[in-house]
Write a protein that binds this ligand. Structure first.
Ligand SMILES: CC(C)(COP(=O)(O)OP(=O)(O)OC[C@H]1O[C@@H](n2cnc3c(N)ncnc32)[C@H](O)[C@@H]1OP(=O)(O)O)[C@@H](O)C(=O)NCCC(=O)NCCS
Length: 422
């Protein structure tokens, strides 16, 4: 009872933190058309409306691929694909526009029901894909730029702009553009904090990937899901050009956006730019949070208890793993001499274990140590020796420790000594 009371309090506090962090920031949300017919759609839009009410700028891109297929079939219009790209003939364009605006309209209707002002607009400049390899793509276009000057005022006014997957040339010629590409360029153009691809189905993919990991994942892409590859290609491009995070989430999960924004529990796939961007030195006022993260592990005997003043004295050596203003893990790095350094007090918040945070913290220290000329890293652990083994550490005896550490080694605790040669 007491535990769940504390957990709830912690969760509420965490929401405050995230709110402070995101107010005034922009999220671009691309929604696949089939979701507009799913039972979860009204709550998905209500969640976006609430985020808008809380001061987060919401911009929505309406994905219409399946709706365009439906409309073209219904009106007996030729629907030719070149790989995954549609060839949009001038005859088909009125129907493509109808389908694209229909999806945007559905989104606007539910936003209106939630008392949010929304506008569907023509803020996308596009040009034809042209003739590629002898194939004329006609009115299938490429997004050239987003007319952000016109958007700014609307956003500051609390309006939600909705983007159909149509762009126009400067002379007014309409083009059918990829909504994933559009969402990516939009996120970059408005300096969005996050881009969400809200998908119509679950896509099998690791829960966190850096841009480099996306590259490696896509190297063996043959036979992989086309939809996923297209999303990852756009996610990669978005992150390499300055947007911090792209989330690919299954829109059928009720509350999926709130979960990603307010807990970051890894419900979908998060793509981010720099592997270690989330790791930094602790701030003094965060020491109580570090102690809170350590506490369950201390109680379970995995870590030694440390006091607030002890950690305060060692603050220079403490690194934390931060996600959107909230700490998910901490570790200390103690150099002993020019060759040897210790990893100590590694703790990942119980709610965020098995997301790769522990591994990232240790790899960060390994790279730092290597770059600073250290030759050996060691750690004393009672429970996590197998885990350190996976990272290349091997068991060593007390003689391998620096003299000063040997003297403070507690034989009663019998921690195992794990050592890594850098
Ligand atoms: C050990 C610890 C840091 C791992 O952090 P984490 O972020 O959950 O770990 P990662 O996500 O990088 O790795 C998860 C993998 O390690 C495995 N794992 C987790 N704890 C393990 C342990 N004690 N022994 C062996 N394997 C372990 C998981 O099963 C998972 O395996 P999988 O990838 O095959 O699914 C975390 O459990 C922790 O804070 N432990 C308590 C403190 C501690 O022992 N610190 C070390 C001494 S300083």
């Amino acid at each position: 009872m007491e535990e769940s009371f504390r957990e709830k309090t912690d969760s509420i506090r965490e929401v405050f933190l995230y709110l402070k962090r995101f107010q005034g920031k922009s999220f671009v949300i691309k929604i696949d058309h089939p979701l507009t017919e799913a039972p979860v759609f009204p709550s998905l839009i209500r969640d976006l409306a609430e985020l808008r009410n809380l001061g987060i700028n919401i911009l929505i891109v309406a994905g219409a691929r399946e709706r365009i297929d439906e409309v073209l079939t219904r009106y007996n219009i030729e629907n030719t694909m070149q790989g995954a790209v549609r060839i949009s003939s001038p005859d088909a364009m009125p129907f493509i526009k109808m389908a694209a605006f229909d999806v945007a309209n559905r989104i606007m209707t539910v936003l209106t029901a939630n008392e949010i002002r929304a506008v569907i607009g023509n803020w996308v400049r596009a040009r034809t894909l042209g003739v590629v390899g002898g194939v004329d793509f006609m009115n299938t276009g490429k997004v050239e730029r987003i007319l952000t000057e016109q958007l700014e005022e609307l956003i500051n006014d609390g309006v939600v702009p909705i983007f159909p997957c149509i762009g126009w040339s400067s002379s007014g010629e309409p083009y059918n553009v990829s909504s994933n590409e559009l969402a990516s360029l939009l996120a970059r153009s408005v300096n969005a904090d996050k881009l969400f691809f809200v998908t119509k189905r679950h896509l099998e993919c690791p829960s966190r990937m850096t841009v480099d990991e996306v590259d490696a994942f896509m190297k063996g892409a043959e036979g992989k899901d086309h939809e996923l590859i297209d999303l990852l290609t756009n996610a990669r491009e978005t992150c390499s050009r300055g947007v911090k995070r792209v989330h690919i989430v299954d829109g059928n999960l009720d509350g999926v956006i709130l979960q990603e924004v307010f807990s970051n529990l890894g419900v979908g796939t998060m793509v981010y730019a720099n592997q270690y961007e989330q790791i930094r030195k602790v701030r003094l006022e965060e020491i109580p949070v570090v102690l809170r993260i350590m506490e369950p592990w201390v109680q379970a005997g995995h870590l030694l208890r440390r006091t607030h003043s002890e950690l305060l004295g060692e603050a220079e050596s403490i690194y934390v793993y931060e996600v959107d203003g909230s700490l998910h893990g901490a570790v200390r790095f103690h150099p002993f001499n020019a060759r040897q350094a210790e990893i100590a007090g590694l703790a990942v918040d119980e709610r965020y274990v098995e997301l790769g945070i522990g591994r990232e913290l240790v790899q960060f220290l390994m790279e730092n140590a290597r770059a600073n000329g250290y030759r050996e890293l060691f750690v004393l652990t009672t429970q996590a020796f197998d885990w350190f083994r996976q990272l290349g550490f091997r068991q060593a005896d007390i003689l391998s420790l620096p003299e000063q550490k040997r003297q403070s080694y507690d034989p009663e605790r019998s921690s195992r000594i794990m050592l890594l040669t850098l």
